[in-house]
Design a protein around this ligand. Structure first.
Ligand SMILES: N=c1c2ncn([C@@H]3O[C@H](COP(=O)(O)OP(=O)(O)OP(=O)(O)O)[C@@H](O)[C@H]3O)c2ncn1[C@@H]1O[C@H](COP(=O)(O)O)[C@@H](O)[C@H]1O
Length: 120
């Protein structure tokens, strides 16, 4: 596997399609059998459990970023994105809502945005 900036630049559309496919699979698991589907098991336990799993994976990502290999960091980042997609779906939101928010922010510098908040 190739990690890093070169790979990220080479296939941006693939990442979007992968996320959309994952979101559709997650949505399709609603009401599914928790013994046959891990996602159905997460839904069965409710949004609070999904939120806790998201937190665990986020912490594991921080640990991998500070002390792990590239492969470990990529694996933990994938877990975060998966559990975030489950959490959003458990709250009847989707990755598309997040994409729309990112689209809304596109082109607005974080420095400029923060300055507009602090001057209010
Ligand atoms: N991308 C993922 C994915 N990433 C991680 N995981 C699971 O997330 C879990 C990670 O949590 P942990 O490491 O804490 O594992 P754990 O201790 O067994 O988990 P808990 O019992 O505490 O919930 C593991 O069981 C992983 O297998 C995933 N499970 C499913 N998917 C996708 O979701 C699809 C549907 O999965 P099912 O619903 O199981 O068919 C799959 O085809 C995949 O595309």
């Amino acid at each position: 596997m190739i990690f890093g900036r070169a790979r990220a630049k080479a296939a941006p559309m693939t990442e979007l399609t992968t996320l959309e496919r994952l979101a559709a699979t997650i949505e399709s698991r609603k009401g599914g059998n928790p013994n046959e589907s891990y996602v159905a098991k997460l839904f069965d336990r409710g949004p609070d459990y999904a939120a806790r799993k998201m937190g665990e994976e986020a912490i594991e990502t921080v640990v991998a970023a500070l002390a792990g290999s590239d492969e470990e960091l990529v694996g933990e980042a994938a877990d975060v994105i998966f559990h975030l997609a489950v959490l959003l779906s458990a709250r009847d939101l989707s990755i598309h809502d997040v994409m729309a928010e990112l689209d809304r922010r596109e082109g607005v510098s974080g420095i400029v945005e923060k300055a507009s908040r602090t001057s209010e």
